[in-house]
Design a protein around this ligand. Structure first.
Ligand SMILES: C[S@@+](CC[C@H](N)C(=O)[O-])C[C@H]1O[C@@H](n2cnc3c(N)ncnc32)[C@H](O)[C@@H]1O
Ligand SMILES: [Zn+2]
Length: 460
């Protein structure tokens, strides 16, 4: 197994950059591990699929992926990339949406200004806030071909456009910083956006829903990328960085930021479609990188499709055979995947009720689920893996600085009838990736465990 140690991560193709998911693994390393451990057409199973890289890397290698996750984002991304889209039609529809949104009074009063250099009309990219004080705004003037930051403030104009908005209560979420709810303004997820941004988002969402059925998925994909980047959780970069149009949701928490950037939802939607890591580039990238594929959500279809994705609790998944398993389970309490995902999922479920996230099924440690339950759940999934696994090798990755998390993983591995044949630390290349350096509970390197069934392996 030594060949699997210290692999070098290659640069990520755009198809992996467009969907934000906490804790994404290095795609090229996973592919090398998959290829090393399997043959052409072998079945590769991942019970915690997340952003679906096992699915895509297995397809790329000519293997057959079977993946599961309780998070519908996994199904969503596999569905989006399985389609072929008429780009011209997509762009035309985007322009219609842009036209409608930018002609509303709400948009015009909040996001249209005058260039301080040439005096022509410009779209405001973002407002800079420090608490309740607006410290100005930034924009890119298409006439001067320059980016400006203006120190003046512009009065906020609010209006209820009357479209559907999410009303999920997040007060009980472990991932909500305790003081933030007060600043957000209520217990509802809708208050992670400013009132004007929420209204504009709800209008864009409504227009996506009214689009032709063959365009809804890619438009929704761009909308998902827009959502977290238009909240009150987006950091203002320091002036030194000289990137007044750039921000991120960097910490894995619902966290109101005093010094924040309020981004224009329409422009962010446009950027999410057209920019470097946007949907159009991602769709082109998947065409170059992946074979065309078919998929099903039903494991019984395994012989007639290229891959299976199950929106299910992997505790109850059993009854098929896999040649190899590779997975990256939740890391104890470190990242609250399900809760954090609600920023997207509360809209996604409205977009199509089949994308339902069942938080009760999540294997995690938080205010409601302790370490005993985590051990029980991880043991159940790994026991299923043992019976699903036809051959002897399974790879499991883990990331935490907390010994208790490791204790549980070790126990679950042993309890379910596996031995740890080998383990190694794999340095993460992307220290800038928020998910890698996100919390003090995370390690800069990922741990890789190579497991074998206990009956055929001597424990070390
Ligand atoms: C560490 S993340 C996987 C990230 C993935 N490796 C990637 O690169 O995107 C763990 C995943 O386990 C999923 N999960 C948690 N409980 C689950 C369950 N009972 N059944 C299936 N998936 C579950 C979470 O939704 C999350 O996507
Ligand atoms: Zn100008």
């Amino acid at each position: 197994m030594a060949v699997m140690d210290h692999l070098e991560e290659k640069s990520r193709p755009t198809l992996y950059r467009s969907l934000k998911y906490w804790g994404k693994k290095p795609h090229s390393i996973w592919r090398e591990i998959i290829e090393y451990n399997t043959n052409y057409k072998d079945i590769v199973y991942d019970p915690f699929a997340g952003s679906a890289l096992t699915f895509f890397e297995s397809l790329k290698s000519g293997r057959k992926p079977v993946v599961a996750d309780i998070n519908p984002l996994t199904l969503f991304i596999i569905e989006v990339y399985s389609g072929n889209y008429d780009m011209e039609k997509l762009i035309t529809r985007f322009n219609v949406i842009k036209n409608i949104v930018s002609n509303t009074t709400l948009y015009r009063k909040n996001y249209i200004g005058k260039c301080m250099n040439c005096g022509k009309t410009i779209d405001i990219y973002n407002y800079r806030w420090s608490g309740n004080t607006q410290n100005g705004y930034s924009y890119k003037c298409p006439f001067c071909n320059n980016v400006y930051t203006c120190k003046e403030s512009i009065e906020v104009y609010n209006e209820d456009l009357g479209y559907w908005k999410p009303d999920l209560n997040i007060a009980s979420f472990q991932s909500v910083c305790s003081s933030s709810l007060k600043y957000f303004g209520s217990d509802l997820i809708s208050d992670v956006w400013s009132s004007r941004n929420l209204e504009i988002l709800s209008l864009i969402f409504n227009l996506i829903n009214e689009s032709d059925s063959d365009l809804r998925l890619p438009l929704m994909f761009a909308f998902l990328q827009t959502l977290h980047l238009t909240t009150k959780m987006c950091a203002l970069r320091s002036e030194k960085t000289n990137r007044p149009l750039s921000t991120s949701w960097g910490r894995p928490a619902y966290m109101y930021l005093k010094n924040r950037m309020e981004q224009n939802p329409l422009l962010q939607f446009e950027r999410s479609l057209f920019e470097k890591n946007g949907v159009i580039k991602a769709l082109n990238s998947k065409e170059e990188y992946l074979p065309q594929y078919t998929f099903s959500q039903d494991i019984d279809d395994i012989d007639r499709v290229d891959g299976i994705v199950m929106l299910e609790n992997s505790k109850v998944i059993n009854g098929f055979n896999a040649d190899f398993i590779i997975t990256d389970p939740p890391y104890g309490p470190v990242i609250q995947y399900g809760e954090l995902s609600c920023v997207w999922n509360c809209w996604l479920e409205k977009f199509d009720p089949k994308y339902k996230l069942n938080l009760q099924d999540e294997i995690i440690v938080n205010n409601y689920k302790g370490y005993d339950k985590y051990l029980q759940d991880m043991t159940a999934v790994l026991t299923n893996c043992k019976s699903i696994l036809k051959n002897n090798c399974m790879v499991l990755t883990f990331n935490s600085n907390n010994t208790q998390d490791f204790d549980v993983i070790n126990k679950a591995i042993i309890n379910s009838g596996f031995n740890i044949k080998h383990k190694f630390l794999q340095k993460n290349k992307r220290s800038s990736e928020a998910n890698v350096s996100a919390t003090s509970n995370m390690s800069i390197s990922d741990y890789y465990f190579v497991l074998e069934k206990a009956s055929v392996c001597v424990c070390i």
